[in-house]
Design a protein around this ligand. Structure first.
Ligand code: PMP
Length: 384
C-alpha cells in the first residue's frame, strides 16, 4: 500500500536517532517554560531580548485587536494592507537605513519570496554551505544554478564567481548563522558582489535586534550602508518577540517584489494586530541597550564557565552558543540528562546540521539571569 513506505521511513529515522519530537508548552517560553507540569530552565528560544512576553507588546495587541479586528481578510495587494502594516514598513526601513521595506508573514516566506524574484533559469546563486533551510528552498524554487561554497570561504566564492558565465549572479548568505552563531564576512561578501556585479542577499534572522547600534542588525554592525545591490532580510519572530519578517532594499527592488514575489502576493496579510505589536517592539529594541549589554554579559559568563571543560563552544559572540557533540545519540543523551536536571537545551541533528556535527544549541536571552547561566554551566560540568 502506498502509505507503508512512510512507516518504514519513520522507522529508519527512529533507528538513526533522527526523529524530531516536540514538547507542548504549558506556559510562555521566557527564561523558563512549563512542560508536563514542570518548570524548566529554558535555553531553547530565539526570543533573544526577552520581548515575547513583554506587557507593552501584549497591550499593543489588545488595543489593536479592538481597533483593527483580528484578521486582515485579504492579501496586501487586494484589501489586507492596513495602516499598522504601512507604518511598520516605514518604521523598519527607517530603522535599518533602507529606502523601503516590505513586511512578510514569516522569514521562510520572505526568503522563498525574494530569491526567485531576482534570479531564475540561466542565472546562478552562490550560497554558503551552512545557509538556513529556507534559503536552500528559495534557490530551488528559483531554478537558478545552486553553487555552494565552503562555510565563509571567500577564496572559493571568488573562484566560483570568476568562472561563472551565468547571466545574473546572486550571493546568498545567513548574516548570523542559525546553528553556529558566527557572523558571515559581510564586508568581503559585499566587495565580491561589487567586483562581479552580483546581488547580495543577506538573511539577518539572528542579528536583527541583537547586533549593531540600537539593535539595527548585522549590516550596521559591519558599518555597511545600504546599496542598490544589497537586499536585507530581518525576521521578527526572534529578537522582536512577535512573528513575521521584512525585506529592506532599494525602492526599485521593493516595488519589483510587490509585483512579483509570490509569497507576498498570494497569501493573506498578517493580522494587523501583529503589525501593531511589532511597532511597539521596534521601540523597545531601539531602547534596548541594557538588554543587549546584559546578553553580552551572559555570553561571556557562559564562555568563561565552560572554559577548560570538555564542552567546547563554537566561536560565536551572538546569542546562539552551540556546543559541538558530534554523534546523534550522544547529543540526545546530553540533552536528556540536562532535562532530568530541569534544563532545556535542544539537541540539533542532521539534516539541520551536517552529519557528524550534532550539537547542543544554547540560546541565551536577556530574560536569563547570571544565576541561570551558572546553573547551566554547573549541570554541564556534572554530566559525564
Ligand atoms: N532564516 C534563518 C537564518 C532562520 O534561522 C529562520 C528561522 N529559524 C528563518 C529564516 C525563518 O524565519 P521564520 O521563523 O520567521 O519563518
Amino acid at each position: 500500500m502506498i502509505w507503508e513506505e512512510l512507516t518504514h521511513q519513520l522507522e529508519s529515522l527512529s533507528k538513526e536517532n533522527l526523529t524530531r519530537n516536540r514538547r507542548t508548552l504549558e506556559s510562555s517560553c521566557g527564561s523558563h517554560a512549563v512542560v508536563n507540569g514542570q518548570s524548566m530552565l529554558a535555553f531553547c528560544s530565539n526570543d533573544y531580548l526577552g520581548l515575547a512576553s513583554h506587557p507593552v507588546l501584549a497591550n499593543a495587541v489588545c488595543e489593536s485587536a479592538h481597533q483593527w479586528g483580528t484578521g486582515s481578510g485579504g492579501s496586501h495587494v487586494v484589501s489586507g494592507h492596513m495602516s499598522p502594516h504601512d507604518q511598520l514598513e516605514k518604521a523598519l526601513a527607517h530603522f535599518v537605513g533602507a529606502e523601503r521595506a516590505l513586511f512578510y508573514s514569516t522569514g521562510y516566506m520572505a526568503n522563498v519570496g525574494v530569491v526567485p524574484t531576482l534570479v531564475g533559469r540561466g542565472d546562478a546563486v552562490f550560497a554558503d554551505r551552512l545557509n538556513h533551510a529556507s534559503l536552500i528552498d528559495a534557490v530551488q524554487l528559483s531554478r537558478a544554478d545552486h553553487r555552494r561554497y565552503a562555510h565563509c570561504d571567500m577564496a572559493q566564492l571568488e573562484k566560483m564567481l570568476s568562472e561563472s558565465t551565468a547571466k545574473r549572479k546572486l550571493i546568498l548568505s545567513d548574516a548570523v548563522f542559525s546553528m553556529d552563531g558566527d557572523l558571515a564576512p559581510i564586508n568581503e561578501l559585499f566587495e565580491l558582489a561589487e567586483k562581479y556585479d552580483a546581488w547580495l542577499v543577506l538573511d539577518d534572522a539572528h542579528g536583527f535586534g541583537v547586533l549593531g547600534k540600537e539593535g539595527r542588525g548585522s549590516l550596521n554592525h559591519c558599518k555597511l550602508p545600504f546599496h542598490p545591490r544589497l537586499v536585507y532580510i530581518g525576521t521578527l519572530g526572534k529578537a522582536a518577540g512577535v512573528s513575521g519578517a521584512f525585506i529592506a532594499a532599494s525602492s526599485t527592488v521593493i516595488e519589483w517584489l510587490m509585483q512579483r514575489s509570490r509569497s507576498y502576493i498570494f497569501t493573506t496579510a498578517t493580522s494587523p494586530v501583529m503589525a501593531s505589536a511589532l511597532l511597539a517592539s521596534l521601540k523597545l529594541i531601539e531602547q534596548g541597550d541594557d538588554r543587549r549589554r546584559h546578553l553580552q554579559t551572559l555570553i561571556a559568563r557562559l564562555s568563561d564557565g565552560l572554559d577548560n571543560t570538555r564542552w567546547k563552544l563554537l566561536p560565536s559572540f551572538t546569542a546562539i552558543q552551540p556546543v559541538m557533540v558530534g554523534e546523534n545519540d550522544a547529543v540526545l543523551k546530553v540533552s536528556a540528562k540536562l532535562a532530568e536536571r530541569g534544563i532545556w537545551v535542544p539537541a540539533i541533528r542532521p539534516p539541520t546540521v551536517p552529519k557528524g556535527s550534532a550539537r547542543l544549541r544554547i540560546s541565551l536571552s536577556a530574560a536569563h539571569t547570571d544565576e541561570h547561566v551558572e546553573q547551566l554551566v554547573h549541570a554541564l560540568k556534572e554530566i559525564k
